[in-house]
Design a protein around this ligand. Sequence first.
Ligand code: BTN
Length: 227
Amino acid sequence: MELTIHHIEQTTSTQLEARKLIAEGVAKTGDIVLANEQTAGRGRFGRTWISPNGGLYATAILPDTPLLSLKAGLAVVRALRSIGLDTGLRWPNDVMVDDRKIAGVLIETEGNCSLVGIGLNLTSTPLETATCVARYVNMVDRDEWVREIFGALFEMSSGKSVLDEYRSVCLTLGSPVRIDGTGENPPVEGIAVDVDGNGRLVVQTREGKRVISSGECFHLRAANPDG
Ligand code: BTN
């Protein structure tokens, strides 16, 4: 599938840029907006995504499909694994290497479409808790990567095999976790035991199983047996 990439040197956010290009009739479903730098990059939960020059900041305009949020993370994992990086996912789609976040996914809605934003740290780590590709491998070609990641995402089915692949790279499964709820929901603590057919996290708590559809997931360390 031939993907059209709209290149932008610097923008506030590729999510906003994609909305603008759609409104102007310049971008359509299947197109990708790729920037070299963002001055107001957006993260999940209303956070800022620090986006210095030289990272990968891309938004694809896609039809809304089931499990899109999980599949976007999986597409990044596949690309990183293909160059030898040992990556996995913290539910639903934080891409992790050595317990540090290397990429994040933000999905927003625009009309009938989803705006799938992916931020991948290439050359620098904006936060202590993050890492970047350059720490592990020689630099990659951004355009090639964008084509690889979104090409894989466009072609991914929403069936059981994708879900099984997701489960196999999901670092959250088997971990003690805390999920901080959005809005009024109190946090949920327990062991993450499954990701169900709708992409929801199943957590075994002391009170029984809870099925979580959204929230921020933290992996809790088991107490150190050596003290
Ligand atoms: C997260 O908080 O983990 C999601 C981060 C998503 C960042 C990407 S960078 C490209 C796109 N444009 C934005 O402003 N945000 C997303």
